[in-house]
Design a protein around this ligand. Structure first.
Ligand code: ZN
Length: 161
């Protein structure tokens, strides 16, 4: 069965940046499972997977505009620590929900300097060219329930609700 919209796809993958450092990978025995054609993967990777079959391996290079977008300096802000006094154990790399003019947004603490805390609202992989090594493990038709929900159920998917 080939990868096409409305199919449930399981892949093993390793993601590296242009320096060859591993940024992310699927767990050893547990592939990433997603519903194809529903925007659950970044566009550049989803497009490259279309038509592939179980057992196929591929290398995919995804530029930021087909990945997590370009890096936007305007999403970086510095706030005084007292503005975050409700947060326990503030530390680098911590992810927080911040209220902004555009609504709630996840921000990452990227710098702690004296009284100032730097919060970055960019996705951690924004602005990066992504190099994926992918192996397709399994492809099956989605169930009617999965299509109605727009995500996968069962192993590798969401716990049901
Ligand atoms: Zn569901």
């Amino acid at each position: 069965m080939s990868i096409a919209p409305d199919h449930v796809v399981s892949i093993h993958y390793t993601l590296r940046n242009d320096a060859g450092e591993v940024l992310d990978r699927s767990a050893d025995e547990e592939p990433l499972t997603y519903l194809h054609g529903h925007g659950n993967l970044i566009p550049g990777l989803e497009r490259a997977l279309a038509g592939k079959q179980p057992g196929d391996s591929l290398q995919v290079r995804v530029e930021p505009d087909e990945g997590y977008g370009s890096y936007d300096e305007r999403l970086v802000q510095r706030v005084p620590r007292r503005a975050l006094k409700g947060i326990q154990n503030l530390r680098l790399g911590m992810r927080l929900q911040a209220q902004t003019a555009e609504g709630a947004r996840t921000v990452t603490v990227t710098q702690l300097a004296g009284d100032l805390v730097t919060l970055d609202g960019n996705h951690p992989l924004a602005g990066q060219t992504l190099n994926f090594e992918v192996r397709v493990a399994e492809v099956r038709a989605a169930t009617a329930e999965e299509l109605a929900h727009g995500h996968v159920h069962g192993p590798g998917g969401h716990a049901h609700h």
